[in-house]
Ligand binder design. Structure first.
Ligand code: ZN
Length: 407
């Protein structure tokens, strides 16, 4: 098997790996780089067969529905086979109705937990993982008697931590090469653990009990684990959860009845200005979402948690619901560094508290995966600090973007 990481040996985001065997090739992930200002075709890695059909190129496997793993699918040719989880595909279809920019091609090949997909000489077995994206997979890729394990993005401190324990209890060994994500390296110490999603729940409960007015939570509408945490904390503190239409539609797209939904008793759905067009186009709007009117928000505000984004702040202020309101920031705080959100909050006199945990594995978790898989080689990917891997794991081989190697 020949492998090339086109992008991702020394950065987080923009991931793309090409794998070749016996005259055929596949790619794993086709992500938008995090520092890209626009989603442009010039950002595509040089993989023959993605913009024009090529007989030897069999398709792209998308590990999970995060921009930095699928974002460049907008520029592939329309007959390219693309594999991803079915829920991931529905989430991306739904999100594309709300998000401007080029529409991604989503293909129709299905990844399913532990069900092997065959593309030419390649056998691809997905393992559902615990991650901040819903329907996320690590991938075992086999061809010509060689076995690669691509960790994708994963963690073991979320609501699906049991999936990680299941994987390492019966690891798919032997592994010739482990491509291991290292997002957290240099962000926390070797023995430090990220706080668990269930511990976060208690922090939210405490905050919701303390806040006298509307509790506004900034969180990604696609971080389903976090939405569950916020929903449960709202319930425990006697508050309604108010979702924006986008988030309510994403939750519906999971088709998972165990997850909070916009038609549930203690959930309400509000339509911000920015989503009014999509609301008109939404089928069964009032059946699937318990919509509330902005004019009635004041009746719920002191007893509600509202999922919020910066674009909604003005409308919330104009609707006169800021008395005693506070913001809880539940996203990576790197997004705050440009100061824009903080400036908006300062202007409105709204205090901000951070309650967040990472979507990625801490170092003790990475070590447990390496110990379980016993790979012949560990190759860093999705990390800004590939040079730190060799202090932490045995048999590390660093690669550079665009370099081909054989196993
Ligand atoms: Zn991710």
């Amino acid at each position: 098997m020949e492998i090339c990481i086109h992008r991702g040996t020394h950065e987080i985001g923009g991931t793309c790996v090409e794998i070749a065997h016996d005259g055929f090739r596949i790619a794993v992930d086709l992500g938008l780089p995090l520092d890209a200002e626009d989603n442009l075709p010039e950002l595509l890695p040089s993989v023959a067969g993605i913009t024009h059909p090529a007989d030897d190129f069999l398709g792209v496997i998308i590990s999970h529905p995060h921009q930095d793993h699928f974002g460049l699918l907008a520029h592939v040719h329309e007959n390219l086979p693309i594999a991803m989880g079915q829920a991931a595909r529905r989430i991306l279809e739904t999100a594309s109705r709300f998000v401007p920019g080029p529409k991604a091609h989503l293909g129709n090949l299905e990844l399913k937990d532990r069900q092997t997909l065959t593309l030419g000489p390649f056998s691809i077995t997905p393992f559902t993982v615990d991650h901040s994206a819903y329907d996320a997979y690590a991938l075992l890729i086999e061809a010509g008697g060689r076995r690669v394990f691509y960790s994708g993005d994963f963690r073991a401190h979320g609501r699906k931590a049991a999936l990680f324990e299941r994987l390492i209890a019966a690891p798919p060994t032997p592994i010739d090469c482990l491509m291991l994500e290292g997002t957290c390296l240099a962000r926390l110490g070797e023995d430090e653990h990220f706080i668990t999603e269930s511990n976060l729940e208690q922090q939210f409960v405490d905050a919701f009990k303390r806040i006298s007015g509307l509790a506004m939570v900034f969180a990604s509408g696609q971080n389903v684990d976090r939405l569950v945490t916020i929903y449960r904390a709202a319930l425990k503190s006697g508050r309604y959860l108010i979702l924006d239409l986008y988030t309510s539609e994403i939750l519906a797209a999971t088709e998972n009845e165990k997850l909070p939904q916009g038609h549930w008793d203690n959930v309400r759905v509000i339509i911000p200005h920015s989503q009014s067009k999509q609301a008109t186009a939404t089928e069964n709007l009032f059946e699937n979402h318990r919509c509330i009117n902005w004019k009635k928000l004041h009746e719920l505000a002191p007893n509600a948690v509202m999922l919020c984004r910066a674009t909604m702040l003005k409308q919330i202020a104009d609707s006169g619901n800021l008395a005693g309101a506070e913001v809880i920031y539940s996203m990576w705080d790197g997004y705050l560094k440009d100061g824009k959100t903080q400036a908006q909050l300062d202007a409105l006199n709204i205090p901000l508290t951070k309650i967040h945990t990472s979507g990625h594995a801490d170092i003790p978790t990475l070590k447990r995966l390496v110990e379980a898989l016993q790979p012949k080689n560990v190759t860093p990917i999705h990390s800004e600090h590939p040079e730190l891997f060799e202090n932490l794991f045995p048999n590390v081989v660093n690669r550079t973007d665009g370099e081909w190697w054989s196993i």
